[in-house]
Design a binder for this molecule. Structure first.
Ligand code: SAH
Length: 213
């Protein structure tokens, strides 16, 4: 077996062994090469199940967390999805293979520019990355069928809950410090919002305002 095939097999095995079982999610993650989203000295570790540093002091999430969050989001082919926290663009690229349209926002202009360049290089024409403070969502494109937040807030931001379509799902890490956070699935029902806890996680914080560059 070539080392690339072997690397891919190990990557998928790690995802499965950490609870990613949805075949659509696994095949999207098989198709998007994480190695393209990690630069410099860390690129060699892109296929290991660990978060890695990216530009602007941020991190690309651990693949098994990307898989578990994507699976919990239950994205369908007609869905319009919002991601808060573009980072490297990896999570958005995975979502773009499952959804009709993906909007992703980040407070760092540079990350948005680099992610958009990568999306066009890969021919992922249904994603748009936008520089914005994602705590306010993206009112001009709301409502969304699905919202995923990849930075931790103390509480689910109200504007994001408000931009969720009835029946919509939002997956986000919630917690007060950067050591104790819980992954939450929020579903908008006729009677309000239902919450389900999906386990402990660790994300960079959701920060107000745009990045200073
Ligand atoms: N999903 C990314 C990883 C995200 S890291 C990936 O696949 O690589 C978290 C990101 O959230 C960082 O890039 C950070 O700049 C961004 N972020 C933090 N607070 C934000 C806010 N208020 N609005 C938009 N983006 C924010």
């Amino acid at each position: 077996m070539t080392s690339e095939a072997e690397r891919k097999m190990r990557f998928l095995f790690a995802l499965r062994s950490k609870g990613v079982s949805d075949s659509r999610v696994l095949s999207a993650m098989e198709r998007i090469d994480r190695g393209l989203f990690v630069k410099g000295i860390f690129a060699a570790r892109a296929y290991e199940d660990m978060p890695l540093p990216i530009a602007c002091g941020q991190t690309i999430s651990q693949p098994s967390i990307v898989g578990r969050m994507t699976q919990a989001l239950d994205v369908q082919p007609r869905h319009k999805v919002l991601e808060v926290g573009t980072g490297s663009g990896y999570q958005a690229a995975v979502l773009s293979l499952l959804a009709r349209r993906v909007y992703t926002v980040d407070r760092h202009r540079r990350l948005v520019r680099e992610a958009n360049e990568l999306f066009s290089r890969l021919g992922l024409a249904n994603i748009t990355a936008i520089t914005a403070d994602g705590s306010f969502g993206l009112p001009e494109q709301a409502p969304f069928d699905r919202i995923i937040v990849t930075a931790a807030a103390e509480d689910p931001p109200g504007p994001l809950l408000a931009q969720l379509r009835p029946g919509g799902i939002m997956v986000l890490p919630v917690g007060q410090s950067d050591t104790v956070q819980t992954l939450i699935k929020a579903t908008r029902t006729e009677d309000g919002i239902e919450y389900e806890e999906l386990g402990p996680v660790r994300f960079v914080p959701l920060v107000e305002g745009l990045g200073q560059e």
